[in-house]
Design a protein around this ligand. Structure first.
Ligand SMILES: C=C(NCc1c(COP(=O)(O)O)cnc(C)c1O)C(=O)O
Length: 358
């Protein structure tokens, strides 16, 4: 029931799970494609959830003291935005260390929320002093009250998804009964998520497999150039190559990512072009203004559904529920060339010719 909230943190999560029927038709799928639309969270991304969880856990443990502590975090931006939102509400100073590659839009949102932003060289290896992680550690050593909550190692990252994102998905699927028009197994049959820290895919997988459906197939999506996919042989062809999509892929394996096949059954590699084309498919067919890694998740799903034996079996069954995590929205990338190319200079509707003649 609608009620007055105390602050924006109470509007984190509880995002809709929306049918992507026109996208499924576009790719000739018979199964249900369901998108968990995370840009509808208060801070605009899936990372709001871990930011809130890490801050509140640190407060409970006495690690954050109002008026004294300075939250410092290495991030590709969205975790930073979630932290800056929490710190604005709770009264902590915050410094975000973010690689140069990440969008100006994310930096602007961070600064608008009161954060200081330190940019670092994108190509710096994760364990070098110049990386976003190395610079955050240096700042913590030198700034009194500096606290790194550390999304790459903090158990509250995957736990936030095990306790919130996963149960929300399960509840939505279980409470939507099958009908002749919209057949459903009433289970989460497949979960597909792109990976950065790996907290999302790990945490949701644990929720589903422990409490709902241990037969659920969990697919991780990792960009070409990154090394998160398992087995490592999947990564060798493009290892070290740069990529434009933001928020996913790393040159190290974060502690919070479980590559145990029990948690993540399969991995799919994707590239920028196919991801950004998939963003346009979601926008034009479903009216959802998603970000680049949502395109990675969608094209990763399509590749798994079309190019693997297990996937083809799922794709043909109209009752099967395939859940995709759509991590953020186009707000973070509205001026980026990859988006403008598609939106402003892409295929126009037939109406364009008519308008030109008026
Ligand atoms: C790691 C960070 N983001 C993760 C992320 C992800 C991956 O979420 P993980 O739970 O970190 O695997 C997907 N898409 C976008 C747009 C993201 O920002 C970060 O914002 O620091």
């Amino acid at each position: 029931m609608p009620r007055i909230l105390n602050n924006a943190l109470e509007a984190v999560g509880n995002t809709p799970l929306i049918r992507l029927d026109k996208v499924a038709k576009h790719y000739d799928l018979r199964c249900n494609l369901l998108g968990k639309v995370e840009y509808m969270s208060a801070g605009g991304s899936v990372k709001d959830r871990i930011a809130k969880a890490m801050v509140e856990a640190a407060e409970r443990e006495g690690k954050l003291i109002p008026g004294k502590s300075v939250v410092i975090e290495p991030t590709s931006g969205n975790t930073g935005i979630g932290l800056a939102m929490a710190c604005a509400i709770k009264g902590y100073s915050v410094i975000i260390c973010m690689p140069e590659k990440m969008s100006l839009e994310k930096e602007a949102a961070l600064r608008a929320l009161g954060a200081e932003v330190v940019r670092t060289p994108t190509e710096a290896p994760w364990d070098s002093p110049e990386s976003h992680i190395g610079v955050a550690q240096k700042l913590q050593r030198e700034i009194p009250g500096g606290v790194i909550l550390d999304q790459y190692r903090n158990a509250n990252n995957p736990l936030a998804h095990e306790l919130t994102t996963g149960p929300e998905i399960i509840e939505a699927v279980v409470s939507t009964p099958t009908t002749p028009e919209q057949p459903s197994s009433e289970k989460v049959d497949v979960l597909i998520a792109s990976a950065g820290t790996g907290g999302t895919v790990t945490g949701i997988s644990r929720a589903i497999k422990k409490k709902h459906n241990k037969e659920c197939i969990v697919v991780g999506v990792d960009p070409e150039g990154s090394i998160l996919a398992y087995p490592d042989t999947l990564n060798s062809k493009h290892q070290g190559e740069s990529y434009v999509v933001e928020g996913i892929g790393y040159d190290f394996i974060p502690d919070v990512l479980s590559r145990d096949p029990v948690d993540v059954d399969a991995w799919i590699k994707t590239n920028d072009d196919e991801a950004f084309a998939a963003v346009q498919v979601i926008m034009k067919n479903e009216g959802l203004l998603v970000g680049g890694s949502s395109g990675s998740a969608l094209i990763g799903a399509i590749k798994w559904l079309k190019e693997t034996k297990e996937g083809r079996e799922v794709a043909e069954k109209e009752e099967k529920n395939v859940v995709l995590i759509l991590p953020d929205g186009i707000r973070n990338y509205i001026g980026k060339e990859w988006f403008l190319n598609g939106a402003m200079r892409g295929e126009r509707s037939p109406l364009a010719d008519t308008i030109a003649k008026v």
